[in-house]
Design a binder for this molecule. Structure first.
Ligand code: BJ8
Length: 417
């Protein structure tokens, strides 16, 4: 299989070794983890082994798959006709420099890591997809999709009625694309179960993350992040089963007062900003190692992904498409102008999770989240909540400097009592 996928096996081994070492250091070194986290550890490793084999089998049987880069692409519609969406965002530092072959160095590491894997023949998913569906979010993504000739969904940049209409049309165009690819029509009979399944996935994530509101969370911020990362790669049905098992265990741990943390109660922080795709948890690791507790992730690998569900009540197909489009239209990515919804959502999260401080985790060259941190800080100042902005990439070069800044931030929060 690996040879047929055109992989450079030696380079792939190097990539896996660097990922495994980092994973052991960041996740496996934690004490008192929920037992069910083993399912997600396994899923992390399976993303370059069993999951690839699964999709390989799917393709051999004539199944279809698309590559995606953003949580705007509506999975429900693809799944309804048996098309598997494969999120491709890279989170590993190892392949980043390979991207320099075709892309500028001064762009976001998500894009560099993803294309670095493709150019170094270490991404097994390249040959497993029929095509890629990009989206018009940030400039770096848009121009990269143009360069490689990907299909693109137009995500509007404002949230007025005219924008909603445009987005609904884009969702229908995506439906047409999936029908053409699969040779099957999207009907209420296949769409309604797909909507319910994806809703169940988001509900399982909601349930897991509810426990982080407790004074003593039964799951660490690092493990909650891992769950939110692997959800993008795992088979949906299998993820739901694993997530429900974890939620049951967390319920039990909460009932018995079992904390994920070994230390005395510490300050509670929100991580806000850019996504942290699988393989990346640099800032989160430093933050929890500094004794802070990450109780909520305000990102696409966190609350932005599972917050909203699709309304399951429509009985007509057209209304169901609108319900799907409207659910995705609530995503508050920094590509929107103004992005008032994000500011409102952040305020709700601050209260619900009793947040003492906010850490902006921003990937280098992501101007949207970097500049928008200023608008978030204006709100935080009014509420007397301190913040720290970290702009970084996937490398470990600045880890020492970030650690010093995070430790100083932790002291500041402690001094405030
Ligand atoms: S909905 S955050 S997944 S676009 S690639 S915008 S980090 S410079 S990923 Fe994103 Fe969709 Fe928005 Fe979420 Fe910035 Fe990097 Fe662009 Fe990025």
């Amino acid at each position: 299989m690996w040879t047929e996928l055109g992989m450079d096996l030696e380079a792939h081994d190097q990539l896996m070794e660097s990922q495994d070492n980092l994973f052991a250091k960041i996740h496996l070194s934690q004490e008192n983890r929920p037992r069910a986290m083993a399912l997600f550890d396994q899923a992390f490793h399976a993303s370059h082994t069993e999951r690839v084999a699964e999709l390989w089998e799917h393709r051999k049987k004539g199944g279809k798959a698309i590559g995606t880069f953003c949580i705007y692409v509506p999975d429900e519609i693809a799944l309804a006709v048996g098309v598997v969406p494969i999120p491709l965002c890279g989170g590993s530092d190892w392949p980043v420099s390979y991207a320099d072959k075709m892309l500028p160095r001064d762009i976001c590491p998500i894009i560099r890591s993803t294309f670095g894997m493709a150019f170094s023949d270490t991404c097994p998913y390249g040959p497993l997809k029929d095509f890629i569906v990009g989206e018009t979010t940030c400039d770096a993504k848009k121009k990269t999709w143009d360069l490689f000739g990907f299909k693109v969904m137009e995500v509007p940049q404002k949230k007025n009625d005219i924008d909603r209409k445009l987005w609904r049309k884009e969702v229908i165009a995506f439906k047409d694309m999936m029908e053409e690819l699969s040779g099957k029509a999207v009907t209420m009979d296949n769409l309604a179960p797909a909507v319910r399944l994806v809703n169940r996935k988001r509900q399982a994530l909601q349930r897991i993350n509810e426990f982080r509101k407790l004074e003593e969370p039964p799951i660490s911020g690092l493990d909650a992040l891992l769950v939110s990362q692997v959800v993008l790669n795992m088979d949906t049905g299998r993820f739901v089963t694993a997530a429900e098992e974890l939620a049951e265990e967390l319920q039990d741990r909460a009932a018995h007062g079992i904390s994920a943390y070994q230390t005395a109660p510490a300050k509670r922080v929100m991580i806000a900003g850019t996504p942290s795709p699988m393989g990346y948890a640099k800032v989160q690791h430093i933050v929890e190692n500094a004794g802070l507790r990450i109780v909520v992730d305000e990102s696409c690998t966190g609350e932005r992904f599972y917050r909203d569900l699709v309304d399951e009540s429509p009985g007509r197909l057209e209304d169901m498409f609108n319900a799907i489009a409207d659910r995705y239209f609530t995503i508050d990515c920094s590509c929107f102008s103004p992005n008032t919804e994000r500011l409102n959502n952040i305020q709700e999260l601050l209260a619900a999770y009793r947040v003492d401080g906010v850490i902006h985790n921003i990937l280098q060259y992501c101007h949207g989240y970097n500049i928008e941190a200023g608008a978030v800080d204006n709100i935080l100042k009014e509420k007397g909540i301190p913040s720290l902005k970290i702009v970084t990439d996937y490398s470990q070069e600045d880890a020492g400097q970030i650690r010093t800044r995070v430790e100083a931030f932790a002291e500041l929060l402690d001094e405030r009592g």
